[in-house]
Structures are given as structure tokens and as C-alpha cells.
Design a protein around this ligand. Structure first.
Ligand code: SPD
Length: 414
């Protein structure tokens, strides 16, 4: 036997007692739940008890919905069973808000899926305030073969700027998430993994990183990590899209160190800014762009890398996010090839950013005269005492790449 059917049981506590005794209102609410599930009503019965309490039973073509209420306890018990394509869990948001419930527990049983004795499989038992997953999922697609889907708990912001589509939403695992033009950019779950790895390997290998340029990084996380270095006297951030900065200040307020007096934010074109920068202007340049599409396209070219080399002071380091070596391997290796044409020292390194859906992410350290081995271990370990991800041991481990990647990189040079 292998049928598709799901039994959904819910306990609604701390409900509005008025509705729990109102037979007409409860019938209407249950019919609303039936509609939300997409089931078809066959027959309905509502019975009001004396002195209080109501039972509503609705037979549907897909099986049944039932509710029994205890107004004196402000409690309702619900039982929904459907077979076929209907999802009985979709009744939950309707009932939870319609009953004015303040806490609920739900249980799901998958039925008819096994042999006698194992027919009922308990899928989940949610506790208070944990409704089942309903509502939209949004995707990031990688080419034509892979996508990462995140469930949207609450959409906090949606707008279209002059440059791109901006969305900020919450997800039960990733926390608050920023998405630009359909590409997940940062989340409160793993932003430290991304920002600390972009910033600290470069700054900890520069002897005295006093002047730092950040290109992009509109959420503020990269500049925040730069400003954790006490040697930094000035951090100039050039971000093309002021609307991204505003949305992040509002919905990701902890991500930026916007009030640090050493931070100078310019809303403008980072590619043009770097092209016009004086030689030897910066001790470190950090590129925090999106993938090489839309407004970030110009950030991935040889001319841009040449401008970065010119604007770096002797002993300076340029670091950038450089995509993933499996899923976006063409971009990763192209970045390496172009950087090697411009910088004598080019060292990709790897870390984990689950939001990017690839299992790993890379950054690249490029310099005229510094290498990742020239690490100031004391400064790196001092960062680790207050940070979440980076210290000297993490620095060293990040530059150890898998053999297949090392071999392909060696072949680029051959
Ligand atoms: N695949 C998405 C890469 C995004 C890199 N930039 C993220 C910005 C975080 N500050």
C-alpha cells in the first residue's frame, strides 16, 4: 500500500473564548480552512453544546475536517485528514489566526505509506509558535542545473532601485537574508564567515593597514570588519546602490558599523572611482561585489584589477570574493587567470558560506609583494578573541586547497 495522505492534528491554546462558542463563526472559519487546503465540501454538521462548546465536522471529498472547542479553557482541538494532492497543513495559518490563538502545537502523521504495523509515520511535532511550513519559497538558480530554495517566513522589504531588485526577508535557519536581483547576498546566519574571510587575511598580511578601500559591500559587513583593526585610520567604502545601504541599515541594523567616524561612505561607481584613484592610495583594497552580472559585471575584469594594483601602496593587498571552484568554476578560474596577469602574488582561499548554496566559497588574495605566509599571527589571534570565524589557524587552513583545484591552478600557469 502506498497512498499519499496526511493527517494533521492541532491544539490551539489561549484562543479568543468568544469565537469558541460561536457556532456560525466557527463553521465559517472551518470552511475557510477547507478552501485554503483546496478540498471539496461534501457535507457539514455543526453542533453547539449546552452550556458551551461547539463541534464542527466537515466531510470533504478528500476525507474530513473536524473541530471541537472548550471555550472555558480557551482551547480548540482540530483534526484534518486529506488524501491526494491537498496539503492539510495549509489549514493551520487560517485557524491559528481565526481562533485568535496565542500558542499551538501541531502533529503530522503520514498515513497509508507502509505495511501493517508501520503504517503511521510521525513526521513532526511542532511546539508552541512553530506553525508548519506554508507560504512562498524563493530560489537562486545557478545556471540551468542547480537551485537553492529558501522559505520566506516574512518579506520585510521589496523594492526596485535604479540598478537592481532588492529583497530582505526572514528565514527560520538563515535569519534575515538580503537578495539582489535574485541572488542571495548575505544572511545573519553566515555573514561573519563571508566578511571575516574577505577582510582579515588581507589586512593581517599588510604591515600597517591604515587606509582601506571597500568597493561594494552595501550591507556594511565588510567595512565593519575592516574597522575592527585598530591600525585602520580611514575606511572608504564606494557602493553603487544607495537603496541597498538604506534597506540594510533598516533591516540588518547590526551588520554595519555605520557610526564609526573612520568610515567614509560614497554612493557611486567603484569601477570609475578606482580608475581615477591616485597611485599608492590604499594599503588594502577589498572588493565585495555580487556575482559577475548586473551592476557587478565591471568588477571582474582585467582593467579593474590593473587599477587596483596601481592604487595599492607598496606592501598592499587586494582581496576579492572569487566565486566557487565547482559550481561556478569558469568564473573562479577566469578570475585567477586575469589576476595572475596583473599581480605576481595570487592566492585563492576557501571557506564556508552556506547561503551561496555551493558547499564552499572562495576569496583571492592578490599583491605585488605580499604573500599569505606573511601573516601577523598576533593580530589574527587578537581578532579571533572577539570575532566568530577568523584567527591565525583559520587563515592557514583557508589557503590549503583541494588537490584537484591546485592541479588546475598549476595548469593555468603552465
Ligand atoms: N553568490 C553571491 C556572492 C555574493 C558576494 N557578495 C556578498 C555581499 C556581502 N557583503
Amino acid at each position: 500500500m502506498n497512498t499519499t495522505s496526511l493527517h494533521f492534528l492541532a491544539e490551539y491554546h489561549d484562543c479568543s473564548s468568544a469565537i469558541l462558542d460561536d457556532a456560525d463563526a466557527l463553521t465559517a472559519l472551518m470552511l475557510e480552512a477547507v478552501a485554503a487546503v483546496g478540498a471539496t465540501v461534501v457535507q457539514q454538521v455543526t453542533h453547539r453544546f449546552s452550556p458551551q462548546g461547539v463541534t464542527v465536522v466537515i466531510a470533504v471529498e478528500e476525507s474530513h475536517f473536524s473541530m471541537h472547542t472548550w471555550p472555558e479553557e480557551r482551547y480548540a482541538a482540530v483534526d484534518v485528514f486529506t488524501c491526494g494532492a491537498c496539503d492539510p497543513r495549509l489549514a493551520h495559518p487560517v485557524l491559528f489566526s481565526g481562533l485568535g490563538s496565542e500558542s499551538s502545537e501541531v502533529m503530522e502523521l503520514k498515513r497509508g505509506a507502509g505495511r501493517p504495523g508501520s503504517a503511521m509515520e510521525l513526521l513532526r511535532h511542532d511546539t508552541e509558535h512553530e506553525p508548519p511550513v506554508t507560504g512562498p519559497w524563493i530560489n537562486e538558480e545557478f545556471g540551468r542545473a542547480q537551485r537553492l530554495a529558501l522559505h520566506v517566513e516574512q518579506m520585510l522589504h521589496q523594492s526596485r532601485s535604479r540598478y537592481q531588485e532588492i529583497e530582505v526577508f526572514t528565514n527560520a535557519i538563515f535569519g534575515t537574508v538580503l537578495r539582489l536581483d535574485g541572488i542571495f547576498q548575505t544572511s545573519t546566519l553566515d555573514e561573519a564567515h563571508y566578511h571575516e574571510l574577505l577582510v582579515h587575511p588581507a589586512l593581517c598580511c599588510v604591515e600597517r593597514p591604515r587606509r582601506v578601500l571597500v568597493i561594494g559591500g552595501g550591507d556594511g559587513g565588510t567595512a565593519r570588519e575592516v574597522l575592527r583593526h585598530p591600525e585602520v585610520e580611514a575606511c572608504l567604502m564606494v557602493e553603487i546602490d544607495g537603496d541597498v545601504v538604506e534597506a540594510c541599515k533598516r533591516h540588518l541594523p547590526g551588520m554595519g558599523a555605520w557610526d564609526d567616524p573612520r568610515l567614509d561612505l560614497i554612493i557611486g561607481d567603484g569601477v570609475r572611482y578606482l580608475a581615477e584613484a591616485e597611485p599608492d592610495s590604499f594599503d588594502a583594497i577589498l572588493l565585495d561585489g555580487s556575482d559577475p552580472v548586473g551592476p557587478s559585471k565591471g568588477l571582474f575584469g582585467k582593467g579593474f584589477y590593473e587599477d587596483a594594483r596601481r592604487a595599492l601602496a607598496p606592501g598592499g593587498v587586494f582581496a576579492l570574493q572569487s566565486e566557487a571552484f565547482h559550481v561556478t568554476s569558469d568564473v573562479f578560474y577566469e578570475i585567477q587567470t586575469l589576476l595572475q596577469q596583473v599581480f605576481p602574488e595570487v592566492h585563492p582561499y576557501v571557506g564556508s558560506v552556506p547561503l551561496y548554496g555551493c558547499g564552499h566559497w572562495t576569496w583571492t588574495f592578490a599583491s605585488a609583494d605580499r604573500t599569505p605566509e606573511q601573516l601577523d599571527e598576533a593580530r589574527a589571534d587578537a581578532l579571533g578573541r572577539e570575532g566568530e570565524v577568523y584567527e591565525a589557524s583559520v587563515h592557514r587552513a583557508a589557503f590549503v586547497l583541494p588537490l584537484d583545484v591546485r592541479r588546475k591552478l598549476a595548469a593555468l600557469n603552465a
